[in-house]
Design a protein around this ligand. Structure first.
Ligand code: ZN
Length: 280
């Protein structure tokens, strides 16, 4: 299968290096906007297209009001460029929305499920617990913001999965519709948060969603800029599990980094690394 690494939503929050940790012109300035991305995989398979996460969608960009809460927009400062949406990038490759047969979501936060409405014919795969949290009536204010109902008002064809499967590098690998796409539950950021593993030849990609936010976190010398550490803590649902899953990911990279490429949803450095590699 061919794998495309797409950015389906740039965000430019204030805080510069406090958020992205980047050095620009040799300086770690906090007086600039940081860059965060929405790393989405587009898989060209022998059985149609598959998206892993969907970033922001066309409606989010054109009329953000119903899905992107005002305070979220003020904090995240999304660029809202329609060309970044998965739909427009799928079309730029010569496909139509209908060609996307499956969307596999790490979780249902607005910056991951925003593109769902652009692919109404796709089956949407999530952990059952996540769908439960997102659709539960009487959601708390925070959950109403992160899980906007307008995102699935078109009635997607949901396919839910329980968080147990076959052993996969010490994790549970929940087999999806194909043997080379597995859900790898990484609970913590949300109640039903999962990674998505994709087999590419004799290697695997693991899209870890929001299990961590900065490329240094799953390394032998873990580091996360303070602003991002704060944001992760503010947004998590089950803290102990989020932190223990970060430990497990670190172990995975340490032991099996030669066979598994782990990356998260919002880190621009990881996205650039993968896009570079794919271009070569
Ligand atoms: Zn996110």
């Amino acid at each position: 299968m061919k794998v495309h690494h797409l950015n389906c939503g740039t965000m430019r929050p204030f805080g510069g290096a406090l958020i992205d940790g980047r050095r620009v012109d040799g300086r770690k300035s906090v007086f600039r906007a940081a860059t965060l991305v929405c790393h989405v995989l587009l898989l060209e398979t022998d059985d149609g297209l598959v998206l892993v996460d969907s970033g922001l969608g066309v409606d989010d960009v054109r009329t953000p009001g119903p899905t992107l809460a005002r305070h979220w927009r003020l904090l995240s400062r999304p660029v809202l460029d329609e060309r970044e949406t998965a739909l427009r990038q799928v079309e730029a490759l010569g496909y139509r929305a209908r060609d996307v047969r499956h969307v596999v979501l790490t979780h249902l936060d607005l910056d991951h499920g925003g593109g769902l409405r652009d692919f109404p014919h796709a089956r949407v795969h999530v952990l059952a617990e996540e769908l439960d949290a997102a659709l539960s009536p009487g959601k708390k204010a925070g959950d109403r913001t992160r899980y906007p109902d307008a995102q699935w008002a078109h009635g997607p064809e949901w396919v839910t999965h329980e968080p147990h499967g076959e052993p996969w590098f010490g994790f549970d690998g929940v087999r999806e519709f194909r043997p080379d796409v597995l859900l790898v539950p990484l609970i913590g950021h949300t109640r039903g948060h999962t990674g998505v593993a994709v087999r590419t030849g004799d290697r695997w990609l693991l899209h870890a969603g929001d299990a961590y936010f900065h490329h240094s976190e799953p390394t032998a010398e873990p580091h996360c800029p303070p602003g991002l550490t704060f944001l992760q803590g503010r947004m998590d649902t089950v803290r102990e599990l989020r932190l223990s899953n970060q430990d497990r990911l670190r172990e995975l990279v340490g032991r099996h980094g030669d066979r598994v490429d782990v990356f998260c949803a919002h880190d621009a450095v990881e996205l650039e690394r993968h896009q570079h590699r794919a271009a070569r």
